[in-house]
Write a protein that binds this ligand. Structure first.
Ligand code: FAD
Length: 385
């Protein structure tokens, strides 16, 4: 006879916690999700611009990202909810020899892991994104199966599906303690009550280190501030997500796409990073990002920006997530530190966590979990983080 399923409490109904709840409930696990916010997806999830790619440098991200990509791309056909999904591809553009060399070097590992991605020369890339600045453009990689969607519609659709599958959500409720006895988890305490559970999943995003600290554990996740913006809607002119990883004044990269509704949505990575929790938008961001974008795609200068916002990347020292069981407390499972990719990795992390809880992980999962071990040495840096 198989052992009864454990009860699981998940802290955080964000990009990662909601798909975890969905995967657990679908596996027949009794799961309750606690979130301090008033509804699902109100943390970093809401700040994400909705880029979804399997195109990574880390093989673990490629595996988990590929599963997530399938989930988002097929969601409407399978469940009927419109996520505003567009399979527009990702174009990593190269204007200098060094980016061209980096992208070529990555193609090898990306293709070995089954990704549909190619190097396009200048003219072929301009067919995909005709408005790119032509001067000095060398080409770029293009992965046609990647895409983008609305993070709000997606989190709501996955939340609805999780509830239908049997998951319970408790909003407006803050986790204040993890109950531990004899070295193992017994439950979770919140400002509104207590939950007995054999497993507590820490999916608290930028606050994951604080949740780990409740069990007297150190977790290397820091809140890293990023801003984004959205324009007025205009007629379609841009299909792929465009990513430019050249450093600029005060920034490490810029990325943008045109949504199904016609708005251009964009984001910039500050360099040096801005650590902290202050989510107020700044007056620095828009002129900084606009200069870069107009240089990269001159016709964007005509667009009017409707809104800017600021959110956090739950950042780790090497740019890869922290997913694994706690070494000190049995039954505490971390699913955190997804950096700038938690939305696009969420569904894949969800099914991975469900297999971990049920003790049914595969050899591939073992490789992913070794790469993402929460207390690893953080030796390298993911190239496409
Ligand atoms: C400007 C910007 C653009 C981005 N663009 C993309 C993108 O295109 N694609 C992509 O994949 N990612 C993107 N990201 C990154 C993405 O937003 C994050 O990686 C992802 O949302 C993290 O998911 P999470 O579930 O870990 O955290 P969250 O979504 O923040 O969820 C954590 C939840 O935990 C809750 N919580 C925290 N502490 C407690 C507590 N004590 N008790 C109860 N609840 C608690 C919070 O309320 C929150 O809802 C972007 C981020 C920013 C800021």
């Amino acid at each position: 006879m198989s052992a009864p399923h454990p009860d699981v409490v998940v802290v955080g109904a964000g990009s990662v916690g909601v798909p975890i709840a969905l995967a657990l409930a679908r596996s027949g696990v009794r799961v309750t999700v606690v979130d301090a916010a008033a509804s699902a997806g109100q943390g970093a999830n809401k700040a994400a611009i909705g880029g979804v790619r399997a195109t990574h440098a880390d093989p673990a991200k490629i595996r988990v990202g590929s599963e997530s990509l399938r989930t988002f791309a097929t969601w409407e056909a399978e469940h009927g909810d419109d996520l505003e999904w567009v399979t527009g591809g990702y174009a990593f553009v190269a204007y200098r020899e060094q980016e061209e060399a980096t992208f070529h070097a990555l193609l090898d590992v990306q293709r070995r892991h089954g990704l549909d991605i190619d190097w396009l020369d200048r003219d072929a890339l301009l067919e995909r994104a005709p408005d790119l600045e032509r001067e000095e453009l060398r080409g770029g990689t293009f992965s046609p199966g990647d895409g983008h969607c609305s993070t709000l519609l997606a989190s709501h659709a996955l939340y609805d599906a999780a509830r239908r599958a049997g998951a319970t959500f408790r909003f407006g409720e803050r986790a204040t303690d993890v109950t531990v006895a004899g070295g193992r988890v017994r439950g979770l305490v919140t400002d509104r009550g207590t939950y007995a559970a054999d497993v507590v999943v820490n999916a608290a995003g930028g606050s994951a280190a604080a949740i780990a600290a409740l069990a007297e554990e150190r977790l290397d996740v820091r809140a890293d501030l990023h801003e984004a913006a959205i324009t007025e809607p205009v007629a379609p002119f841009l299909n792929p997500m465009v990513v430019d990883v050249r450093p600029g004044p005060g920034s490490a990269n810029v990325y943008f796409y045109q949504s199904k509704r016609g708005q251009v949505i964009f984001c910039l990575t500050p360099d040096p990073p801005l650590w902290g929790e202050d989510r107020r938008a700044t007056s620095v961001f828009l002129p900084q990002v606009a200069r870069r974008m107009v240089a990269l795609m001159p016709r964007l200068r005509h667009l009017r920006v409707r809104r800017t916002w600021r959110g956090v990347y739950p950042m780790t020292p090497d740019g890869s997530p922290l997913v694994g069981w706690s070494e000190g407390t049995q039954g505490l499972l971390h699913a955190a530190g997804t950096c700038g990719q938690g939305f696009m990795l969420g569904p894949g992390i969800g099914t991975l966590v469900a297999r971990m809880v049920q003790g049914s992980t595969t050899d591939e999962d073992a490789a992913t979990l070794a790469a993402w071990a929460p207390h690893r040495a953080f030796a390298g840096q993911e190239a496409l983080r």
